[in-house]
Design a protein around this ligand. Structure first.
Ligand SMILES: O=C(CO)COP(=O)(O)O
Length: 252
């Protein structure tokens, strides 16, 4: 298996440019070799310039938390994927449950964003996941499979081979309630099987699948030991240098 583990912080609406630079200076010399574990921070758009400059020459890779599906035009307040690429950004989170819930993003919007991100040579980190209500009804697999099918519509196997998918059960986000490593593995396996059904075995073997939802230094090792979990998408525990370093250096 040749998938490189990828641990990504999702800072959400936290951190300013000064705090961003302080964070990078505290972590940049202690990050793992990117061929062993890829370390990513996804930051608010207003922090990206500071983040990129501070991270230059280090093993830290940079992502945005969102973007629009058009590169330019009369779209007040949006972020251009073409400009993210010009700046040196590598990843863009799309389909986070907070964007789906609070900003009413649909699978159709997310699919358009995925296409625009790939067209600009960036890599999407595509989030999916079910609410507590859906899990309690026993419908989490069909829910996530239908999200994945709609979000990947029209993408090529070459694109999906490079994609990162983050399985984030909404009931585990910011709640301190982690899915058990078995529950996380079961869903990540289902996602990989869905990619295999939609594309082929090779694409399914290449796609990297993260788990997200109360990932912490205390549970990262157990999650990463699972065969279908290739990384973590981490909110709260990615904001503090020591805990971010403990996460990306989980192999030590
Ligand atoms: O939403 C998340 C990452 O995208 C998870 O957030 P927490 O790690 O704070 O639970």
């Amino acid at each position: 298996m040749s998938r490189t583990p990828i641990i990504a912080g999702n800072w959400k609406l936290n951190m300013n440019p000064k705090e961003t630079v302080e964070f990078v200076n505290a972590v940049k010399d202690q990050l793992p070799d990117p061929s062993k574990v890829e370390s990513v921070i996804c930051a608010p758009a207003v922090d990206l310039d500071a983040l990129l400059k501070a991270a230059e020459g280090s093993n830290l890779h940079v992502g945005a938390e969102n973007c629009y599906w058009e590169n330019s035009g009369a779209f007040t307040g949006e972020t251009s994927p073409a400009v993210l690429k010009e700046m040196g950004v590598q990843y863009v989170i799309i389909g986070h449950s907070e964007r789906r819930d609070y900003f009413h993003e649909t699978d159709e919007d997310i699919n358009k964003k995925a296409k625009a991100i790939f067209a600009n040579g960036l890599t999407p980190i595509l989030c999916c996941g079910e609410s507590l209500e859906i899990r309690e009804a026993g419908k989490e697999k069909e829910w996530v499979v239908s999200q994945i099918k709609a979000d990947l519509e029209g993408l090529t196997s070459e694109q999906v081979s490079k994609l990162v998918i983050a399985y984030e059960p909404i009931w585990a986000i910011g709640t301190g309630k982690t899915a058990s490593s078995d529950q996380a593995e079961e869903m990540c396996k289902t996602i990989r099987e869905t990619v295999k059904d939609l594309y082929n075995e090779e694409t399914a073997e290449n796609v990297r699948i993260q788990y997200g939802g109360s990932v912490k230094p205390a549970n990262i090792k157990e999650l990463m030991a699972k065969p279908n979990i290739d990384g973590g998408l981490v909110g709260g525990a990615s904001l503090v240098p020591d805990s971010y370093l403990a996460l990306v250096n989980y192999q030590d």
